[in-house]
Ligand binder design. Structure first.
Ligand SMILES: [Zn+2]
Length: 315
């Protein structure tokens, strides 16, 4: 179309509703006041609208964003604009519905990969706990309304006791393996550190080894009675990171150390916060290995110092 006076560029057109109010144009009014309230386009009009739109799409007059991607900048803008704004009840319902749909193994793996390395704040943990408490109350609990007879209860209890009596360690192992939560992120980090420095320790925290009813994390595989424990600061009551906190009795490093000692094992604790300075851990670990064992350790001190130098170079 040749340019003629009065033509304006399409994207320079003012919005159709500019300067209009509901009193002037009924299209701006809502409900009964809307010009089209209770009315319908005739089939003829509908066809006209459809044809015009299709033509517009074909000749490029109407532009869509199909196939276009947002730039990183624009995505960030979008994110900032939506931060802290809760989604609508309808959107929430959709999300809940989507969450209930069964996931394929591949989908699950993708979610797991996406969550790798993410930490959950104490606040969020508390929120999750509270949500679970509410969910498991009353009808939400799968056992709600179910009552076993006293007889049955006694039978179950007796059977469980019997199982634990026969092989306590096996049951502990079974429980640990059932949880499938291990190795934890911290344990994986420690595993990497031990592996990188050729330290003769194997990960057994998945329940491979049970000592005195507790599961050690790493055990010496060169015949020495040594155990390394990776201690999460929150769960094991680290006094540096959580002063005054108390952990469960069996989570306390002194209690664990004492139990291992009964079996002739020495325990070396690695706290989560110490992992920020792995070279310090290596020095301490080396001294610890020397301190309780006069035999020559399998890794020479020069080898350790080499490794420390390498760690430092990486930092
Ligand atoms: Zn700590």
């Amino acid at each position: 179309m040749p340019f003629a006076k009065g033509h304006v560029r399409l994207n320079k057109n003012p919005p159709w509703n500019k300067g209009l109010t509901a009193d002037i144009d009924t299209r701006l009014a809502s409900g009964e006041r809307h010009g089209l309230y209770g009315k319908h386009h005739s089939e003829e009009t509908k066809t006209k609208i459809r044809v015009t739109r299709r033509e517009g799409l074909l000749n490029g007059r109407i532009k869509t964003r199909r196939g276009q991607k947002n730039s990183a900048e624009s995505k960030e803008k979008d994110r900032q604009a939506h931060l802290g704004i809760p989604c609508s009840p309808r959107c929430r319902a959709n999300l809940l519905e989507a969450a209930k749909r069964p996931k394929t193994e591949e989908h699950k793996r993708k979610i797991a990969l996406g969550n790798l390395g993410k930490t959950v704040s104490m606040e969020t943990r508390e929120k999750i706990r509270q949500a679970a408490t509410i969910r498991m109350k009353g009808p939400g609990n799968p056992n709600w309304g179910k009552h076993e007879s006293t007889e049955t209860k006694a039978l179950i209890s007796q059977a469980m006791k019997q199982r634990w009596l026969i092989n306590r360690d096996l049951e502990i192992k079974r429980t640990a393996l059932g949880r499938k939560a291990r190795p934890t992120k911290l344990e994986r980090k420690v595993m990497q550190l031990l592996y990188d420095n050729n330290l003769p320790f194997e990960y057994v925290g998945d329940g491979k080894v049970v000592l005195g009813g507790i599961i050690p994390d790493f055990i010496n595989v060169n015949g020495k009675k040594e155990i390394i424990e990776a201690l999460g600061c929150y769960w094991h009551g680290c006094q540096v990171c959580y002063p005054g906190s108390k952990s469960q009795k069996l989570g306390r490093p002194d209690v664990r150390g004492a139990i291992y000692h009964k079996f002739g094992f020495h325990m070396f604790p690695i706290w989560e916060h110490e992992m920020k300075e792995p070279n310090k851990i290596l020095i301490k670990l080396n001294n610890w290995m020397k301190s309780h064992n006069n035999e020559k350790t399998d890794i020479s001190s020069t080898e350790i110092s080499n490794n420390i130098a390498r760690e430092e170079a990486l930092l």
